[in-house]
Design a protein around this ligand. Structure first.
Ligand SMILES: Nc1ncnc2c1ncn2[C@@H]1O[C@H](COP(=O)(O)OP(=O)(O)OP(=O)(O)O)[C@@H](O)[C@H]1O
Length: 589
């Protein structure tokens, strides 16, 4: 329950909604209770009417007027209750929706501040569940939970003292079955919740399976696994069906049992009330009144079991949410500097151990690229090239050593400012389901179409784009499925170039194009690279030729450095890579 304390600031933010809700709950319950004494009086009037009839002193018109007055009063009470129920929901349920909205935004914002390591440790499904399912569970507590809880408390405060003042014994008998009902509902509701959660889980397994099957449909068909895949779907579906049937069984038993208990409670009131009437302690009208009270109390009291399980679920959900909200990024700026960046980049004895895997990806890396210089980083797969890019963008901090940009430690730069100075083309291209133009101008405000086209030209993708029927307005599907691998890479390059960054960081971004296209793109880029510090990461030697200096990585260490010529004459790893790649290119021709 402690976890729910995190919601107090939100409740405080919407305190007027909550206070209004409390007030309207009391008023609506006042209108709910009032019909009971009216019914009692009406019953007693009928008794008097029958007595007058028998005594031969009947005044039917007064009686009729009285009954009509009772009827009108009952209608007015019902209308009053309706109006205030509306206000009650308009305040409390609205409050819960407003908090749900704020909470979702806060969680999303918080997610965005968390480092990449966090995303490696937690799967996307889990992140999504916390922002959707868990927030919904919390909302159930803030809305219906609080509303029905308040309803129950106010009803008890208003009703029980009055009932006791009429007849203590009848009150006790009326209230007796209620805790039993509430306890049963609590336990059964827990079973229902548990089974519903299992159903949800099965459903999400099923959707994940279907999603994967369709995303990987090419592989599935190419390997002729349709039969297999169909059988696995049926298996997942069967598990879901079993769970759904188990839930249906509990629910089928639950509702008739509750109705039987309610009926029994009514019988007890009539029976005990009858005895009290015979003893002359109460009137027959009181029995009618108490039956109404019982029925007023039954649902709120039975909802107690339901409210308890809502609160428990909300507490568990909020605990999960808090777990993420209490995770903070270590990647914060020390001094929030925003100086004009020239692009002089220096690595000083930098090592990196990935916190989530403990893998030492970089070991004692030092290099210097003067402003406007071009550095190529080469190496075999897994040698640590992308890790250098991760450090430059400050997606991770070095475990040892430091990185200086214009002589200032990266940790002193304002993080958003630092990243805005870097044009990063990541290795795994990700394009949003949006138009090509919006993908290129991503994150920039008010960009002219000429600027977008210019960036596309520099990235050598302009001709491809204009060939599409909708040109730059062509919509890309999930992960840009309408583009080829090489086109995606070039759109991604255009996205980096359009920002006219001080530091251009190309992480193996030409791997999906052939060497001729690679040459052409690099030639195009030459102009863009002028005056900008450029880091070209590649496993292909051909990409390195543009650079003024080349470093070769192997298992996280720099094993060679120099220019193309000096490395070729040194005859080391670089030369080996060069010759191997030359051979494979020749064999392809
Ligand atoms: N985010 C990460 N968390 C944990 N370990 C990582 C992470 N990224 C990379 N590694 C590990 O660090 C090492 C270096 O990886 P890196 O991606 O830097 O190599 P690379 O030279 O870019 O390889 P490739 O050319 O295949 O992309 C690898 O052993 C890899 O498994």
């Amino acid at each position: 329950m402690k976890a729910l304390k995190a919601l107090n600031p939100y409740l405080w933010r919407y305190k007027w909604h909550l206070l209004g809700g409390v007030l309207f709950t009391f008023i609506s319950n006042y209108f709910l209770i009032q019909p009971a004494p009216i019914v009692r009086n009406a019953f007693n009037s009928i008794e008097q009417y029958i007595a007058a009839y028998q005594a031969g002193v009947l005044d039917s018109s007064t009686f009729e007027r009285q009954i009509i007055t009772y009827g009108v009063l009952l209608l007015l009470m019902a209308a009053g209750r309706g109006v205030f129920l509306f206000f009650m929901r308009q305040t409390i349920i609205v409050m819960s929706r407003l908090i749900e909205y704020d909470l979702k935004n806060d969680i999303f914002w918080h997610y965005q501040t968390l480092p990449l390591a966090f995303y490696r440790q937690n799967n996307t499904g889990d992140l999504m569940a916390r922002i959707s399912e868990d927030v919904s569970n919390v909302r159930m507590y803030l809305g219906p939970g609080i509303m029905y809880g308040l309803n129950l408390v106010s009803l008890f405060l208003m009703l029980i003292p009055y009932m006791l003042s009429v007849d203590v014994k009848l009150t006790l008998y009326t209230l007796l079955p209620l805790p039993v009902l509430s306890t049963i509902i609590y336990f059964v509701n827990n079973i229902i919740n548990k089974r519903s959660t299992e159903i949800q889980r099965k459903l999400s397994d099923l959707s994940t399976y279907v999603q994967e099957a369709f995303s990987g449909i090419r592989v599935l068909k190419a390997f002729a696994r349709e039969q297999d895949s169909g059988a696995r779907f049926a298996q997942e579906s069967e598990a879901y069906r079993q769970q759904a049937l188990r839930l249906a069984r509990v629910e089928a038993l639950f509702y008739p049992a509750i109705l039987a208990l309610i009926g029994l409670s009514n019988i007890i009131v009539v029976y005990v009330g009858g005895i009290e009437v015979a003893a002359g302690n109460i009137t027959k009208g009181n029995i009618a009144e108490f039956i109404l009270y019982l029925n007023m109390l039954i649902w709120p009291v039975t909802s107690l079991g339901w409210i308890t399980s809502i609160i428990q679920q909300a507490a568990a959900s909020q605990e999960r949410i808090n777990e993420f909200l209490n995770t903070h990024t270590t990647l914060v700026s020390r001094r929030h500097l925003r100086p004009e960046v020239k692009g002089d980049l220096r690595f000083e004895h930098v090592s990196l151990v990935y916190p989530e895997s403990g893998i030492k990806a970089l070991d004692d890396i030092s290099f210097h690229v003067p402003a406007g210089g071009k550095l190529a980083i080469l190496g075999t797969t897994g040698s640590g090239k992308s890790s250098i890019a991760n450090l430059i963008c400050r997606l991770y901090d070095p475990t040892e050593g430091r990185i200086l940009l214009d002589g200032v430690d990266l940790r002193d730069y304002d993080l958003t400012y630092l990243r805005s100075q870097i044009g990063y083309v990541p290795q795994d291209v990700f394009l949003f389901s949006d138009t090509i133009a919006n993908n290129i101008s991503f994150g920039m405000e008010e960009v002219s179409s000429e600027t977008i086209e210019e960036a596309a030209r520099h990235a050598d993708v302009y001709d491809n784009i204009v060939d599409f029927p909708h040109g730059f307005d062509t919509l890309l599907g999930e992960r840009g499925i309408t583009l080829s691998g090489g086109q995606k890479q070039r759109v991604s390059i255009a996205r980096a170039l359009i920002r006219k960054p001080k530091l251009l960081l190309l992480d193996d971004c030409l791997s999906a194009v052939d060497t001729n296209t690679e040459h052409r793109i690099l030639e195009n880029l030459r102009e863009m690279m002028e005056g900008r510090t450029s880091i070209i990461i590649s496993h292909r030697v051909s990409s390195a030729k543009l650079a003024d200096q080349i470093i070769v990585l192997d298992e996280g260490r720099i094993v060679e450095r120099g220019t193309h010529e000096s490395l070729m004459s040194a005859g080391g790893l670089y030369k080996q890579l060069y010759e191997k790649q030359l051979q494979s290119e020749e064999s392809l021709e």
